[in-house]
Design a protein around this ligand. Structure first.
Ligand code: GLN
Ligand code: ZN
Length: 573
């Protein structure tokens, strides 16, 4: 297919020259194929796959004509400053062999990184020296090109290389300092972890929940926990709930902006959020939902909010990148060791629960999603960084549980998008990713119900990982595929409960009671009623109240109809 496609393109390209750009990994066993395609140039990612440089240079040098090699050696996917001297010497051999046929560039498109570091005046001065955003990366490319063309001794080049050397050395020094600190901190983490265990076990009366079990495993198996939770939570069949966020109105955004600008004091902002939480709780009681949420009014974004509260993260003022469509986010920069100086969500949760007799779900973002949607340090393996985040979330889970939260949702919408491109690398990723989720969640007692949520549910190839999360309930996107995704769960004999999204919240359409009833009936064909929850397919933050109110009312009405039928021994199952 590739050969045909590129032959067709080459035949049609006329005087235009074709550059085949590959990135986010090495060419691997496609190297020879890529070298044979009728293109004028080949771009390779030397950040993710520096080891391919010699082999690619060989192929390009041997190619007929004036084919170019575009060396993607400045990281286009992350925010770290390039060690320009190291990059310069890495390209020396290719430059000697290819001369003008060597190009220098970022590894991939620069749309993944913020625009300009100069727009950040609040960043810590030391950290700033470690960073390069899109504009700065272009400067690095220019320096590299100048160094290759004029030599490292050219005065202008030498100055810029020295600036790079200084920044690289400063970062190394800081990291060595952190190393010593880390060894000490590790001792403290151990102690804190044991403390959290003891506390949660005591508060839930879960005998031996912590003491005996490995920290990444729940004390009891899925079925046993489900039994305890059924007794303790006493929910109706087909429990109804939502995924967490409620409309982020202009009022909320205005208040947040005023608070950030110092125009709205901390107390006033807290009162504002509390009033919003009270409003959201009231609306859910009115809709007749069984398991409520506080609505996340205090969260600008599900990752940034935690990034702002965890040590080891920095946040930017203007570091916007595209999330999807017209939505943009400011991913935090994870530069150091992660720790949780103080509880992050417990006060909001406690307040929400004080307003109602129905259970309010605690709401956290999972370690893999925080990792995936941040700019992550590149000086240690991602798995190790993810474990640090997991321990921080674990502490928050323990505090939520100790505060009387019986249901805790840990969102992992990014679990799947972290999958490595190459199949051979996937198992290792899924192993540490699921282990981190369990590390974050498995410290709770049997009676505490752990939920997770994923949006883009193409589960077929990661279903074992979904099972390995060992959550008690998973809510997933299912509406667009009309519940087809449930087949994967059924085929894998998914043991826990499932909340397939009953309608698509991304569409500006209020589902009718009948539409939801139809989806629910489909779900009831796939799975027994005892295993099903009823919820929308994602958070409601992008919708307006005029859509959310009727949609939830219809969802509850459709559920009540199904319940009545089940109670009457009807045809549902
Ligand atoms: N709890 C989050 C919300 O409701 C989950 C968002 C997501 O799945 N991306 O907004
Ligand atoms: Zn979602």
């Amino acid at each position: 297919a590739l050969r045909r496609a590129y032959e067709t393109l080459a035949a049609a390209s006329g005087p235009a020259r074709l550059l085949l750009a590959t990135y986010f990994g090495g060419l691997g066993d496609n190297l020879d194929l890529a070298a044979e395609l009728p293109v004028d140039g080949l771009h390779v990612d030397l950040v993710r796959a520096p080891g391919q440089l010699t082999a690619v240079t060989d192929r390009v040098a041997a190619a007929p004509g004036d084919r170019v090699l575009s060396a993607g050696i400045v990281d286009g996917r992350n925010v770290w400053r390039t060690d320009v001297r190291a990059a310069f010497s890495a390209l020396g051999d290719a430059h000697r062999r290819l001369g003008d046929r060597l190009w220098v560039g970022p590894s991939c498109s620069l749309q993944h990184v913020p625009h300009d570091l100069d727009a950040e005046d609040a960043l810590d001065a030391d950290l700033r020296e470690w960073l390069a955003f899109a504009d700065q990366k272009l400067g690095e490319v220019a320096t590299l090109t100048a160094a290759l063309n004029h030599g490292a001794d050219d005065p202008a080049v030498a100055t810029r290389l020295r600036a790079s050397d200084t920044a690289v050395a400063a970062r190394r020094r800081a990291q060595r300092g952190a190393e010593a600190h880390r060894r000490r901190a590790r001792g403290e983490v151990e102690t804190a972890r044991r403390g959290a265990h003891a506390e949660s076990a005591a508060s839930r009366g879960a005998h031996g929940a912590a003491s005996g079990a490995a920290e990444g495993r729940r004390a009891s198996g899925q079925a046993e926990r489900a039994e305890v939770q059924r007794r303790e939570l006493d929910l109706p069949p087909l429990p109804t709930t939502t995924i967490g966020s409620f409309p982020q109105t202009d009022d909320i955004r205005r208040a947040r902006r005023a608070h950030a600008a110092g125009e709205l004091g901390d107390d006033d902002y807290r009162d504002f959020c509390r009033a919003e939480i009270a409003h959201v709780i009231g609306a859910q009681e009115e809709a007749g939902l069984d398991v409520l949420v506080h609505g996340e009014p205090e969260r600008n974004d599900m990752v940034q909010y935690f990034g702002e509260r965890l040590a080891g993260f920095a946040t930017t003022a203007n570091g916007w990148v595209q999330s999807y469509g017209t939505r943009c986010v400011r991913p935090p920069i994870l530069y150091g060791d992660v720790a949780r100086p103080a509880p992050m969500t417990v006060e909001w949760q406690r307040y929400a629960q004080s307003l109602t007799d129905r259970p309010v779900k605690g709401m956290l973002t999972g370690p893999v999603t925080i990792l995936q949607w941040s700019f992550v340090r590149d000086d240690q393996p991602r798995a190790q960084t993810c474990r640090q985040i997991a321990l921080a979330i674990r502490a928050e889970v323990a505090d939520l549980e100790a505060a009387g939260t019986h249901i805790i949702q840990v969102d992992e919408p990014a679990l799947r998008e972290g999958l490595p491109l190459r199949r051979a690398d996937r198992k290792r990723y899924l192993d540490w990713a699921t282990e981190c989720f369990r590390l974050a969640t498995a410290g709770v007692g049997d009676a505490t119900q752990v939920h997770t949520h994923m949006c883009y549910a193409e589960f077929g190839d990661i279903i074992d990982a979904i099972v390995a999360l060992d959550a008690d309930v998973i809510s997933i996107e299912a509406a667009r595929s009309r519940m087809a995704v449930l087949d994967d769960l059924v085929a894998a004999r998914y043991p826990a409960a499932v909340g397939p999204g009953m309608y698509d919240i991304h569409a500006p359409h209020v589902p009718s009671e009948d539409e939801i009833a139809t989806q629910l009936d489909r779900a009831l064909v796939a799975l027994p009623a005892g295993q099903l929850w009823v919820n929308p397919d994602c958070g409601l933050k992008t919708r307006g109240w005029d859509e959310v109110r009727p949609a939830l009312a219809h969802m509850v009405a459709a559920t009540r109809r199904a319940r009545a039928r089940l109670a009457g021994g009807g045809d549902a199952n």
